[in-house]
Structure formats: C-alpha cells, structure tokens
Design a protein around this ligand. Structure first.
Ligand code: HEM
Length: 114
C-alpha cells in the first residue's frame, strides 16, 4: 500500500514497496497557465497531466482537449474512458494538485515571520 509524506507545500514523497516517487504539487493557477494546444496541462482526479506531447496520439483527437486545457477535466475524462486508462497513462502525470488550505497556512506563517 502506498503512503504519502508531505515534504513541503510543493512536494510530497510517495512510497510503495520497491518504489519511491517524488510528487510535485501545483496550484490550480499554475495549471491554468498551460492552456493552449502548444502547452496543455489538465487535472484529472487531483493529478496534473502534461498532454503537450501526447496530443497527436490521443485517440479522441486534439480538438476536444482544447476545451479543457488548463482546467479540471475529471468529469469529461470519466465520461469517455475505460476505468483503467488513467493508470495506464501515469507517465503523463507531472504532479498533483496542491491543497489551497495548506497554501493558506503557509502564507499565514510567512506573514507572521516577516
Ligand atoms: C490524461 C488525459 C487523457 C488520456 C491519457 C486519454 C487517453 C485516451 C485513450 C487511451 C482513449 C481510447 C479509449 C480508452 O482507452 O479509454 C481515449 C479516447 C477518447 N478520449 Fe481521451 N484521454 C485523456 C483526456 C481526455 C479528455 C480530458 C477528454 C474530453 C474532454 C477526452 C476525450 C476522449 C474521447 C472523446 C475519446 C474517444 C472515445 C470513443 O471514441 O469512444 N480525453 N483517450
């Protein structure tokens, strides 16, 4: 079973038997900056996926992805794909969405120390 340890606001460490993964965290705002077909990130189930190089391979085409570029596409993703598709394409996952709440606490600490 995987355990996840939060290292900082931006990174966490996921450990599984024989596997350790460093997971980078992105805010929704950061993801939203990658919103074109030349540079497209999307969010599915809290994971952040860089589809820039995958676009031309996508069996559903490029056009449909344009509408969700930089956004949370979880609902649409689950409408069109087999249950196993997301896990099969984990190589496209560049990190996870950071929680807004943690950012707020961190921000508060920064203010108090300055
Ligand atoms: C991580 C992102 C994505 C990956 C890896 C991915 C991958 C795939 C794959 C492998 C298929 C073939 C069917 C299957 O194996 O399930 C497919 C089909 C399709 N995908 Fe995606 N997809 C992604 C995101 C999306 C999103 C966000 C949309 C919609 C906004 C979309 C719309 C479609 C459509 C319409 C099809 C064709 C379904 C059909 O012909 O029955 N995909 N995609």
């Amino acid at each position: 079973m995987a355990t996840t340890t939060q290292l900082s606001d931006e990174t966490s460490l996921q450990t599984e038997p024989n596997e350790i993964t460093l997971i980078k965290r992105f805010s929704p705002k950061e993801v939203a900056e990658h919103n074109s077909l030349e540079d497209i990130w999307i969010i599915v189930d809290g994971g952040v996926y860089d589809l820039t190089k995958f676009l031309s391979e996508h069996p559903g085409g490029k056009k449909i992805l344009q509408g969700v570029a930089g956004k949370d596409a979880s609902k649409k993703f689950h409408k069109y794909h087999r249950k196993t598709t997301l896990a099969e394409y984990n190589r496209l996952r560049i990190g996870d969405l950071g929680s807004g709440k943690k950012k707020a606490i961190f921000f508060g600490l920064k203010l108090g120390n300055s």
